[in-house]
Every structure is written in C-alpha cells, then in structure tokens.
Design a protein around this ligand. Structure first.
Ligand code: NAD
Ligand code: ZN
Length: 365
C-alpha cells in the first residue's frame, strides 16, 4: 500500500489516461494493468450516461478489457446493500486480484468504489477519476467507505489510490447545486490554510462559480495541496493532525445523517456545519474577531443557505445524539475542531449538555 500517488489536474487529462497510468512515478502511476484480466469501470447512473462510453473507449484504447459496474446516483448508494450488489457484479464480471478498478464519479463513487476495491479479494488496485468539485477532497487522502443509517462513513478503511486523474473539463455538466455543494470543502480548505487562499476565493468567487477554467483549477489545486499536506503528515489519522479536516463536519455529518442522507447534500451540510461551529467558537471566546463574518459572507456568496433546516428531525437534542456516535469521540464528550483564526484551529471536547446549550443559543441568534 503506497501512501503517495500522482494527482494530475487539468482540462483534458483523461485523454492521456494510458500514458499517466504507465509512466513512472511521481508523474505517473507506474501501473501497467494486466491485459489478461478484465478491469472495472465503476461509476453511477448519471456519470455513466454522460461519460461512460467515452471513458470505456479510452480504457479499451489502452489495450484493457473492461466491464462496468453502475450504481444509482446519490448518497443512498454508499450503503451495505449497494456494496453487496457491486461485489456480486465484480464476481460475475470475472474481476480478479489483478484487476484494476477505475472509480469515475463524485465522492459517492470514489468512497464506495474505493471501498469495494480495498476489500475485494483482500484488496485490488484502484484509480480515482473524479468528476465533481467536491471530489477534489474525497478522491485524495485515502479514506474510503460507506454509511450506516445510524452514522455517516461508519464502515471504511484507509486505502490509497494508485493515481488520481482529475479532468476539469468534466465538471462543466455539473448541476449548479452540485457546484455549490463542492465549494463548501474548498471554503473549508481555505480557512484551514489561511489568508492567501481565503482572499483568493473572495476575489475570484464569481469566476469560480462560473467554472472559469483558470480560477477553478487554481481553487481546486490549492484545496488539494492543503489536504495532501495534512494527510502526508498523518496518513492514518493516528497523530491527531489529520483531524483538522473534520472542520465543519461534526455538526455537518449529524445534519446529513438526520436528513436520511437525502435532504441535504454533503457540502450543504458542511457549509452549515462550518457556520454553526464558527459561531460556537465565537461563543467560547476562542475565535479571532471578524473571521466568522468572512466565513459566512463567502459561503453566502457561493449561494449557501445558512439557515438551520426546518423540521423536528434537526432538533439540537437529536443533533447531539448523532454527534455522540462520531468516530472521534471519547468518554461521552463530543470532539470538535474549532477555528481560532485564519489558518489556526484548536480541539475541544464538550460535554453533550454543553454542546446542546451552544447549539440552542446559536439557533436563537
Ligand atoms: P456524488 O458523488 O453523489 O455526486 C453528486 C451528484 O453529481 C451525483 O448525482 C452524480 O451522479 C452527479 N455527477 C457527478 N459528476 C457529474 C458530472 N461531471 N456532471 C454531471 N453530474 C455529475 O457526491 P459528491 O458531492 O461528489 O460527494 C459526496 C460524498 O463524498 C459524500 O458521501 C461524502 O461523505 C464524501 N466525501 C468523502 C471524503 C473522503 O475523504 N473520502 C471527503 C469529502 C467527502
Ligand atoms: Zn466532507
């Protein structure tokens, strides 16, 4: 298992698929897929309709035999049921230990396909071919897995792809809601990095939303750099360094779970989580003046609705109950990562009653 792999980002990089696969690292994956076994093009229904034929043809042009495993689009596919079905498709298609799985899609395909690859016959090689803005985050960093109705990403492993080939030309077909959702993780990465990245986003927000190739590529590359830097210092999350990437996700994951993984997109939940957690940090008196305003202003410019979702499901007591199931918790306390300034964070463990009181106070603001 290699923790390092090439991440190639740009317009049209998929057209160079074969050469990136075969070239020696660090530019290429140094991966020559066996011609005698079938390989797997793993994708979802929406991406398959848009790009399945083209990518299959590209893989065949590399001399590879391929078959497709196509799961329904949407978060609901990150489930045990879809996982079991996909493994069945792999077995029926004749995938073996030398097969390579190509995960073509957003975070759902990357997380589920990566988890299938990491566990199929004790693990086969996989390549991430991300197709969403959000996937600048999910395709990098080696976390793969699926959800359980009780908790997000409850089942998963660390497994690193052999390469990430990110063709930004494919992002042009994304619906506006998915563009926005993906930008939540870009904002997260910017506030983790500091002033330079944040002011870049403030200056280029409109261009980025319009998918201007230059501005978009820079926003994504900067995000990937932040994530890759954190992950390289703590790849298996054993040192506590990697946990900073959970910014906005303690509250965000709980909201996603309470919405049954259907009501809020991942990025929408994270955007709200970023705002709410920064308000709690402000209430704790640990967040520098003005940071929360800049964060919320940027999220608003990207079009996020930062109001708490309607409905009993999102009652603060329920949010706390779900947050307590988070993997990061110890001793019945909820572990948060809070911003203290641009590029600065602090971990805090709050008792559940205290967390609930803060949430209620923030909702009244
Ligand atoms: P997604 O994979 O569901 O994609 C969003 C929607 O856009 C889907 O309907 C998909 O079919 C469609 N789509 C994808 N590419 C398209 C394209 N080019 N044109 C048109 N439509 C396209 O969701 P996502 O937002 O990419 O990912 C969210 C998931 O990522 C969540 O499950 C989240 O937990 C996970 N995630 C994982 C990590 C990690 O480190 N592993 C990090 C962040 C997020
Ligand atoms: Zn996320």
């Amino acid at each position: 298992d290699r923790v390092e792999y090439p991440v190639v980002v740009g317009e049209g990089v998929l057209d160079e698929l074969c050469s990136y696969l075969a070239s020696a690292p660090p530019r290429g994956a140094g991966l020559v897929p066996a011609p005698e076994v079938p390989h797997v093009l793993f994708t979802d229904t929406t991406v398959n309709a848009l790009y399945g034929d083209r990518v299959e043809a590209l893989l065949r042009a590399c001399g590879l035999e391929v078959f497709r495993v196509v799961v329904p689009a949407g978060e609901a596919s990150k489930s045990l049921a879809t996982y079991e079905w996909a493994v069945g498709e792999m077995l029926q298609g004749g995938a073996g230990r030398k097969s390579v799985l190509f995960a073509l899609g957003g975070g759902v395909v990357g997380d589920l396909g990566g988890f299938v690859a990491a566990t199929y016959m004790r693990g086969i090689a996989f390549v991430q071919l991300p197709t969403t803005i959000l996937a600048h985050d999910s395709a990098v960093g080696g976390k793969v897995g699926i959800d359980h109705p009780l908790a997000k990403n409850a089942l998963g492993v660390f497994a690193f792809p052999r390469a990430v080939l990110y063709d930004t030309a494919l992002l042009r077909t994304l619906p506006p809601r998915e563009v926005r959702s993906g930008l939540a993780e870009v904002v997260k990465h910017a506030f983790l990095e500091g002033e330079e990245y944040v002011s870049f986003l403030e200056a280029e927000a409109e261009k980025i939303m319009a998918l201007d190739p230059g501005a978009l590529a820079e926003a994504l590359l900067r995000g990937i750099a932040v994530k890759a830097d954190v992950v390289s210092r703590d790849p298996y999350e054993t040192l506590g360094i990697r946990e900073v990437l959970n910014l906005g996700h303690t509250v965000g994951h709980a909201l996603e779970t309470l919405g049954g993984y259907r009501s809020l997109l991942h990025g929408e939940a994270v955007a709200l989580g970023l705002a709410v957690e920064s308000r709690i940090a402000e209430r704790l008196g640990i967040l520098a003046h003005g940071v929360r305003m800049r964060l919320e202003a940027l999220l608003a410019r990207f079009g996020f609705d930062l109001r708490w979702p309607e409905g009993e499901a999102y009652d603060p007591a329920s949010v706390v109950r779900v947050m307590l199931r988070d993997k990061k918790n110890v001793r019945k306390k909820i572990r948060f990562v809070f911003l203290t300034d641009l590029g600065k964070t602090e971990f805090r463990e709050l008792a559940s009653e205290e967390s609930e009181a803060h949430l209620r106070a923030v909702l009244r603001e």
